[in-house]
Design a binder for this molecule. Structure first.
Ligand code: URA
Length: 447
């Protein structure tokens, strides 16, 4: 007769251990993650353990063990059949943060593979999948074999998380969401890295946002999370870098799904707003450097500029859109993308200079217009958004538009308009300094 299996640990002991500031072993963490994924550990015990982690923190080894267990709770893609290095970029989320749509085709056109598994909008921040879905017909739900085919054909593919990737994260995130346990750098690190490492990339460039539109408002918190993610990725054999970048104002001038696709097309054609273009070139430079295509970051930046100027990056984007079912006529002529035709200007209350923008509030205004989700099950309107005319440091006359709302009616615009009016601070004199785009780079070794 077979013996009933005996659990190697008691969950209550693991909760107590963390509660009292102890360090869990790799086996203990693996036991918790497996039990949570299979449903053999009840939610109330997992939630208690998560809260203990929020309050007590984790060591680097524990964080790596948690990431490893979450990563291996599901499918890890094997992209070893691709004949060059695989690199990706992950952003912690911002307003008008659309660099992925430029980076994937740009870096693919430079000879590397970019297997990008992206997310949807979270809170006031936009999501890559929502932006892509504003291109009529574009499919983000490719099967793994389809993902492989697109990657092979054009070097880049952008899809959503499949059911099979990191199922532990799906369960843990849902629990964290309702138990006040999202805000732990250790849990955020394991959540993000487990999903990103499941893509089968060799190298990962992290864009960790800080400022009024970021989840990490304080730079020291962004740096802490960035260091943790870089160390965790390196412990798992990946080449890693993190750039701490500014999110005190929207990136570029467009906020909203189809508007952001339109702005990315401008960048891929060699134009676009300077901050967006600069950040894309810098992130691509790091992807080329970590991928071994450029000896230095400066070389990678020059290469990125040349690839855009040659038209090859745009061509790759067009190819990827076509391969994923999107209507390329909207890429060739972005005026065919969905666009709300009711426009409302938000005028400046006085003459002076823009001294600050509450960037989170700009993101919230876009959500209220329908460009993001207030609840998980909400659908997103691709046509609405905000076009920013004035950024920090810009001179403005009384009544001159600070930004324009794209929406469907005046009633629809009213709440967003109030938020946008409140989000701008106009001062009589120019601000002492404009926010710098890239605050810090966290990387071990030469660049
Ligand atoms: N994004 C994630 O994917 N996970 C977190 O825990 C927080 C942000």
């Amino acid at each position: 007769m077979s013996q009933p299996s005996v659990s190697p640990f008691r969950v209550i002991d693991l909760i107590r251990k963390k509660r009292d500031g102890g360090t869990l072993s790799t086996a203990e963490i693996g036991y918790l993650v497996e039990g949570c994924t299979l449903g053999s550990i009840p939610d109330y015990q997992m939630a208690a353990w998560l809260m203990a982690v929020v309050l007590r923190g984790m060591t680097r080894e524990e964080t790596a063990a948690l990431t490893h267990s979450m990563l291996h709770s599901g499918e890890v893609l094997d992209l070893s059949f691709l004949p060059a290095k695989k690199v990706d970029k992950h952003s912690t989320g911002g307003v008008g943060d659309k660099t992925s749509l430029v980076l994937a085709p740009l870096v693919a056109a430079g000879g590397l593979y970019v297997p990008m598994i992206s997310g949807r909008g979270l809170g006031h921040t936009g999501g890559t999948l929502d932006k892509l879905e504003s291109i009529p017909g574009f499919r983000v739900d490719l099967s793994v074999p389809e993902f492989h085919r697109v990657l092979k054909a054009c070097g880049a593919s952008m899809i959503g998380q499949t059911e099979k990737v990191a199922p532990a994260d799906r369960k843990l995130y849902a629990l964290r969401d309702v138990t006040g346990t999202v805000e732990s750098p250790y849990l955020i690190c394991a959540s993000i890295m487990s999903k990103k490492l499941a893509e089968g990339t060799d190298a990962l460039v992290l864009d960790v946002k800080t400022g009024s539109g970021a989840f990490m408002k304080k730079e020291e918190d962004a740096v802490f999370l960035a260091e943790l993610m870089v160390e965790t990725g390196e412990l798992m054999g990946k080449q890693m870098v993190a750039l701490i970048t500014n999110m005190d104002q929207p990136l570029g001038r467009m906020v909203g799904n189809a508007l952001e696709v339109q702005e990315c097309i401008e960048v891929l054609h060699g134009g676009g707003p300077p901050d967006l273009r600069e950040l894309c070139l810098h992130l691509a430079a790091w992807m080329f450097h970590l991928g071994g295509v450029a000896k230095t970051v400066a070389e990678g930046k020059q290469l990125s500029g040349e690839i855009i100027a040659s038209g090859k990056a745009f061509e790759r984007f067009r190819q990827m859109v076509e391969l994923q079912g999107g209507d390329v006529s909207t890429i060739d002529d972005p005026s065919r993308l969905p666009s709300a035709d009711y426009r409302v200007d938000v005028g400046s209350p006085s003459t002076g200079y823009v001294s600050a923008i509450d960037c989170e509030q700009v993101g919230t205004a876009c959500v209220i217009l329908g460009g993001g989700r207030e609840k998980k099950e909400d659908s997103v309107d691709p046509a609405v958004g905000i076009v920013i005319h004035k950024k920090i440091g810009d001179k403005v006359a009384a009544g001159e538009p600070l930004c324009t709302i794209y929406c469907h009616s005046d009633a629809h615009a009213a709440h967003a308009r109030k938020l946008l009016e409140e989000s701008y601070t106009i001062a009589p004199t120019p601000p002492a300094h404009r926010p710098s785009l890239i605050h810090r780079v966290i990387h071990k070794g030469e660049h």
